[in-house]
Write a protein that binds this ligand. Structure first.
Ligand SMILES: Nc1ncnc2c1ncn2[C@@H]1O[C@H](COP(=O)(O)OP(=O)(O)OP(=O)(O)O)[C@@H](O)[C@H]1O
Ligand SMILES: [Mg+2]
Length: 400
């Protein structure tokens, strides 16, 4: 969520002024907002979305003119995957790539939205005694401390109130609590600033997909929940969204690099060759195709498929765990569909294989499907842009 608070009462985010404001409806991230007073006066504001992943930086910028939203700029900027590079070198590379891209595309907008996930963010569903938002801000650090596995001084906190409930005769409220490590937030902020941008919104990857869901949902949204799997390079963000509210959020460390490593090991390939083989072959799922590969002695295709299948099995087990947890939380719950996002969503036959394994329709997300204007983003890169589309769409609506 990325709403400017009515009264900034939150603990200051790392180094950069601004407050971590309360959440907007239906989301549960947090935001570092600077210059929010101007936002009220200047009315609708635009932001450029920047998703700094471990494999590539994704950029998206939408503009709404005459009520019509269109994609003005987008980019996927691949990072050099040299495992020897120091954090400082990686950071400098990200800055250089981003700065060059913004210049090349003539991007004028300065305010940027981004998001984080992985080890440095914790999302918890917590029931607090009933308080109003101001009261909760005042006591947040104390109330949140038992739920956060990090030192409370090292994190930036945010929350979103989902609703009230009665428990043991006490009025309580169900809250999504988000704690992000300040150094991780600061690292993002520094890259964006060094590239000439002003970071204004920091979201959580899974919640930014919720923002995409809001735009994409159609008549088929029949009450059954949607499970999102954003399969990136180092992390897979798993979330379950029910009637527009994220009910389960987890980050699982089975992702693109896991597939690559399994291939490296099985076929004794270096990382670059294994990446290439992964993208070329993916999974073999039908008997005929397997027979053909056997007859042709295509050891690489068979080996890749076998290696990838082992990793997919682990991922499926994690999905089952989350689904079982979700189903156990209330009656009449069901998962109606799964949407794949992230670069790995495009792995050959992955969606088909998951449909068979999980017995629900699995589709690869096109985060631009809500637009009425055409986009020039090739289908093979669309799912990787899921998160950045979500953060780019935070723009004005969440601020005023
Ligand atoms: N056609 C393909 N088949 C299989 N894997 C693919 C394909 N295209 C891209 N990938 C994989 O997708 C991954 C990159 O995805 P993505 O861009 O979502 O990651 P990221 O956002 O940079 O990483 P993270 O968020 O995990 O830090 C890489 O592991 C890459 O090999
Ligand atoms: Mg990512």
């Amino acid at each position: 969520m990325a709403t400017a608070p009515e009264k900034p009462k939150a603990p200051a985010p790392p180094a950069k002024g601004g407050a971590a404001p309360p959440a907007a409806p239906k989301t549960g991230g947090f935001a570092a907002v600077k210059g929010k007073i101007q936002n009220f006066f200047l009315g609708s504001r635009e932001v450029i979305g920047v998703d700094i992943g471990s494999h590539s930086i994704k950029v998206a910028y939408f503009k709404t003119e005459g009520g019509v939203t269109s994609l003005k700029t987008w980019g996927v900027l691949p990072l050099d995957l040299n495992p020897e590079a120091s954090p400082e070198q990686k950071k400098q590379q990200a800055v250089n790539l981003l700065r060059a891209f913004l210049i090349q595309k003539g991007v004028q907008v300065k305010e940027a939205a981004t998001s984080i996930s992985g080890n440095s963010v914790i999302v918890r569903y917590v029931k607090f005694p009933k308080l109003n938002k101001d009261e909760l801000w005042a006591t947040l650090a104390t109330e949140a401390e038992p739920f956060i596995p990090f030192d409370i001084k090292d994190v930036q906190l945010g929350f979103h109130i989902l609703g009230d409930l009665m428990e043991e005769g006490q009025k309580k409220m169900e809250t999504v609590l988000v704690a992000a490590k300040k150094d991780a937030v600061q690292a993002r902020v520094e890259v964006l600033e060094a590239a000439g941008l002003k970071p204004t919104i920091i979201d959580v990857d899974s919640f930014s997909l919720e923002n995409v869901y809001e735009r994409l949902k159609g008549p088929r949204d029949d009450g059954a929940a949607t499970l999102y799997l954003n399969i990136g390079h180092t992390v897979t963000n798993l979330s379950i969204i029910e009637s527009g509210v994220t009910r389960v959020v987890r980050d699982v460390f089975i992702s693109g690099i896991s597939f690559t490593k399994a291939i490296m090991k099985a076929l004794q390939l270096d990382i670059a060759k294994a990446e290439e083989a992964k993208k070329k072959h993916g999974l073999i799922i039908d008997a005929e195709e397997k027979e053909k590969a056997l007859q042709e002695g295509n050891r690489e295709a068979l080996g890749v498929s076998q290696a990838v299948a082992g990793v997919v099995r682990d991922l499926v087990a994690e999905v089952h765990r989350s689904v079982d947890f979700y189903l156990s939380q209330g009656p009449e719950r069901s998962i109606g569909r799964i949407q794949l996002a992230g670069g790995s969503a495009k792995m050959r036959n992955l969606a088909k294989h998951l449909t068979a394994e999980l017995k629900v329709p699995v589709d690869v997300m096109n985060p631009f499907a809500f637009l009425k204007t055409p986009v020039d983003v090739p289908p093979e890169v669309q799912p990787a842009l899921g998160v950045v589309v979500g953060v780019a769409l935070r723009q004005n609506k969440d601020w005023v």
